[in-house]
Design a protein around this ligand. Structure first.
Ligand code: ZN
Length: 216
């Protein structure tokens, strides 16, 4: 097994798997390699489990080539790259088609789709549940899906258009409920739940799979 050994004045051995799924071993200055490798051997099941889960959660960034899959509304669609397409990026319900381009084209397409598909949901929930908000801004952020300011300006991460509709609805309703409750009190969650009784499934979807939405 490959590992990086860092010796120091420490008294004990410690193992760490870094973000690239590499094993880092910290060991006391004089501890023998045999002892160190015996320890690694004893912990091999843990190392294996940990590095597999890190690798699974850090998928490769796309190269925007033929056949790569891209998310839209919770489903994956292949990309077809051909020189004779008239537009930069199109989607026909089965596949994305691109003549040239990359991340920028997807960001633009996702943003536009979010405006067409998701923003009407915001209007719908606001109207049906008597919420009022000021401005809506669309952004991309690594970890934040939405936010609501003290004067009820709502920010939404348009990369959410890759998530299932129920998840988009959850984020929208979550932010709208913040126009009433500026916290995550039980009254806040009661309000969310009164509008979306199954919101917990969407919340855990974001927790488990949210990282996929920012991998462009
Ligand atoms: Zn919140």
């Amino acid at each position: 097994m490959n590992y990086q050994l860092i010796r120091s004045k420490r008294k004990t051995l410690s193992l760490q798997i870094n973000g690239n799924a590499q094993l880092i071993v910290r060991a006391p200055n004089r501890l023998s390699i045999a002892k160190i490798e015996q320890f690694i051997d004893e912990k091999s099941a843990w190392i294996e489990k940990k590095s597999t889960s890190i690798l699974a959660k850090t998928p490769k960034k796309p190269s925007y080539i033929d056949g790569e899959k891209f998310l839209y509304l919770g489903a994956e669609y292949p990309l077809s790259v051909k020189a004779d397409y008239p537009k930069v990026l199109t989607f026909d319900g089965q596949a994305f088609s691109l003549n040239q381009g990359n991340k920028e084209e997807f960001l633009a397409w996702y943003k536009n789709s979010f405006k067409k598909i998701a923003l009407p949901r915001l209007e719908y929930y606001a109207k049906n549940h008597q919420f009022s908000y000021n401005q809506v801004r669309l952004k991309t952020q690594k970890t934040l899906w939405g936010s609501c300011s003290s004067n009820n300006n709502i920010n939404l991460n348009y990369l959410l258009i890759q998530a299932p509709m129920s998840v988009i609805d959850y984020v929208i309703v979550h932010e709208l409920c913040h126009t009433t409750h500026k916290n995550h009190s039980k009254y806040f969650w009661q309000l969310v739940s009164s509008i979306l009784p199954n919101y917990k499934a969407s919340k855990s979807w974001l927790h488990e799979s949210g990282y996929r939405l920012t991998n462009l």
